[in-house]
Design a protein around this ligand. Structure first.
Ligand code: NAD
Ligand code: GLY
Length: 360
């Protein structure tokens, strides 16, 4: 099993990674000195497939379970209340531990529940999707959606430990594997040309769950993200790079009424960001074509309908990175060279959206 250390100031934690790692959880808990009453917040599909495995693994602990149906609509105050109610009803104290077992939706909402219960209890991330393993389980962004705005209520709250078991991906639908690849492609643009080339060459091995390839892409992504979060946990500077394509992506998700998933929207959003980078002369035509030939290979698997540019623009005006009421974009100069806080005219943003939509 691999171990990656995340050194956020005042909060150091380990990410454990490998295949068939989940049964080792009791050993890891004692190694990490994590004990107390456990509340397991479990995704309903994960419960369907892994109920016995989870019960066996926690057999020697005191625990309660909350099951959540993962959907963006359920990333809500109602679900938060459901988790808090079980904590209160079962007299969970400050020394208890919340365990998120599911994808990014479970991790975000359970993390937020942990950060707000009794002003903060410990929590562990056990991501069961590719997307959550490469991205959302690390870094401590927690939260929920409110009034049609994604992740608008939330906190920065780091987990106590992250345990990634790639065996969970065996039951992931293909569409969810593609979602994970969406965030991995983001890391291709963020990290360097070597990683970009590796993923471009091996994306089908990622999608078909090759454990060696998975371990490599998850390790590289988590190490990169960990380094960025260590430098800027609260996103006042460098952490903004992790949002490449996300200003557009979140707006598409909401405008499409969540008929496209986050990871699919990231592929659409990065495409918009690349076009905008080109229109602002940061990326030349040859490089743009080269990047698009990689991204658009996946476009037949993502369908947009009734795109409304005006609505998308209005939604982006609520983005958390905006300043002085202006949308600030994260754009590309080169692979490994990201620009943040870039303003752009409405005309160019509309043009980038229109061009992108013609592909999906
Ligand atoms: P998700 O949590 O909705 O899971 C996707 C689907 O897979 C769900 O239907 C779920 O039931 C199912 N599932 C989960 N594990 C499974 C398994 N092992 N086998 C079979 N089915 C399984 O989606 P996601 O893509 O994991 O996460 C997306 C969310 O993460 C979005 O809300 C996004 O905003 C958030 N996110 C957060 C961060 C962060 O830094 N906090 C980063 C990226 C994304
Ligand atoms: N997914 C963006 C971040 O964690 O900052």
């Amino acid at each position: 099993m691999k171990k990656i250390k995340i050194n956020v100031p005042e909060k150091e934690y380990n990410v454990y990674l490998g295949n068939n790692t989940f049964p080792s959880l009791p050993n890891l808990l004692s190694k990490e000195k994590i004990k107390g009453k456990f509340l397991l917040v479990i995704d309903s599909n994960v419960k369907k497939y892994y109920s016995k495995l989870i019960n066996d693994t926690f057999a020697n602990y005191f625990y309660n379970i909350v099951i959540v149906n993962s959907s963006e609509k359920n990333k809500s105050f109602e679900t938060l209340q459901k988790i808090h109610s079980v904590l209160i009803k079962n007299k969970f104290g400050r020394d208890s531990v919340l365990v998120a077992i599911g994808g990014g939706i479970i991790g975000d909402i359970a993390g937020f529940a942990a950060s707000t219960y009794m002003r903060g209890i410990k929590y562990i991330q056990i991501p069961t999707t590719l997307l959550a393993s490469v991205d959302s389980s690390v870094g401590g962004k927690t939260g929920l959606n409110f009034q049609d705005t994604k992740n608008v209520i939330g906190s920065f709250y780091q987990p106590q430990m992250v345990l990634i078991d790639t065996d969970f991906f065996n039951t992931l639908p293909n569409e969810e594997r593609l979602c994970g690849l969406g965030e991995i492609i983001k890391y291709c643009f963020l990290i360097d040309q070597k990683f970009y080339n590796y993923v471009q060459k091996n994306y089908d091995e990622v999608l078909s769950n090759n454990p060696k390839v998975l371990e490599k892409v998850i390790t590289e992504s988590v190490k990169f993200k960990g380094g960025v979060v260590e430098a800027d946990e609260r996103e006042s500077g460098i952490r903004k790079v992790l949002n490449l394509g996300h200003t557009f992506a979140h707006a598409f998700e909401v405008q499409q009424n969540h008929k496209i998933k986050h990871g699919q929207a990231v592929i659409v959003g990065i495409t918009c960001a690349l076009y905008l980078s080109h229109y602002l002369n940061f990326v030349n035509e040859k490089d743009l074509d080269n990047y698009l030939s990689f991204l658009l290979f996946f476009s037949p698997q993502i369908k947009l309908s009734n795109v409304n540019k005006k609505k998308i623009f209005t939604i982006m005006q609520l983005d958390k990175k905006n300043r002085d009421n202006k949308i600030k974009f994260v754009l590309l100069q080169n692979v490994g060279e990201i620009l943040t806080d870039v303003p752009a005219s409405k005309e160019l943003v509309y043009k980038a959206i229109a061009k992108t939509v013609s592909h999906f």
